[in-house]
Design a binder for this molecule. Structure first.
Ligand code: HSE
Length: 301
């Protein structure tokens, strides 16, 4: 019996579509127990308690990849991430499923193999990589292999997630993206993403806000999120360091100077005036990534 704890992640970070991501100390936890036969699932919505469950599906795929006959399993979910919220909930399920099966098979996959497999399933590496290795990462997929580098963000920056009550599926949010873009928009994003990484590493507070702009996804997704333009305009006019759509949305991420409680208070007041029941969550960066610990039946988790 063991627990798999996977951090929330915020992908894209503005111009870094499908490439940049950062892990936070907000977790989905999955308790895995081997049982004689069958499949039992607890701790999640009725609609996820069946063999279509993403964690379970990934366990089966992993057993198949490893050439091992599936074992009986009981899964118990303890989840703190919003589902379809833009904080990497599906990446946590994919990684948990692969890791659960891998552990039950004697931990035969390397971390790199888990990463490659998870990214191929997810289709892009920007949530999976930081969820696996922690911190902020830049990652790319090339011929089935995911390559990544950690990006050491300057310590003076804090992240606040603005989370509405509604959900937005990645599928719907990707459906509005264009098939082609003008050459100048590609060049624009190369500039922005380069500046963003440099500004975050160097603690160049003034450079972050401009560098959160992009022309690949945020402008196309705006119409899917009620209040998006009001919120981002408010933040852009404030003392906040930057604002971007977290992953495929609908969560909006705001970056602030660590000691800037004044802007945070103003933002709270502003959100109260809007529909959508926006909640603010202060998030600290998780530097560790996925964690696995053995449990005995008496353990508290
Ligand atoms: N990079 C992905 C997107 C993140 O923006 O669609 C969501 O899975």
């Amino acid at each position: 019996m063991f627990e798999i704890k996977v951090p929330a992640t915020s992908a894209n970070m503005g111009p870094g579509l499908d490439t940049l991501g950062v892990a936070f100390k907000l977790y989905n936890r999955f308790i895995v127990e081997e049982i004689e036969t069958g499949f039992e699932i607890f701790g999640c919505d009725e609609k996820f308690r069946n063999s279509d469950n993403l964690v379970y599906k990934l366990m089966l795929k992993t057993f198949e990849k490893l050439g091992i006959v599936p074992k009986g399993v009981r899964l118990t979910f303890k989840t703190d991430l919003p589902v379809m919220g833009g904080l990497g909930s599906s990446a946590t399920c994919i990684l948990a499923g692969i890791t659960a099966a891998n552990m039950l098979c004697g931990d035969v996959l390397t971390k790199q193999e888990v990463l490659n497999f998870a990214c191929v399933i997810e289709g892009h590496p920007d949530n999976v990589t930081p969820a696996l290795v922690g911190g902020m990462t830049a990652s790319i997929m090339n011929e089935g292999v995911t390559h990544y580098n950690k990006i050491p963000i300057s310590g003076g920056i804090k992240f606040c997630a603005l989370i509405p009550k509604f959900q937005l599926s990645t599928e719907d949010s990707r459906a509005v993206l264009p098939q082609t873009i003008p050459f100048k928009d590609g060049v624009y994003n190369v500039g922005m993403v380069s500046m963003l990484i440099a500004a975050l590493v160097n603690g160049d507070y003034k450079g972050i806000k401009l560098a959160c702009n992009d022309k690949l996804h945020q402008p196309y997704r705006t119409s899917l999120i009620e209040n998006y333009s009001d919120i981002t305009s408010f933040v852009q006019d404030s003392e906040a360091l930057g604002v971007y759509l977290s992953g495929a949305g609908p969560t909006i991420m705001v970056m602030l100077k660590k000691d800037d409680n004044n802007t945070l208070e103003k933002l709270k007041k502003f959100l109260k005036c809007l529909s959508g029941n926006w909640e603010i969550l202060n998030l600290e960066i998780d530097e560790e990534g996925i964690q696995i610990r053995g449990l005995t039946p008496g353990d508290i988790w």
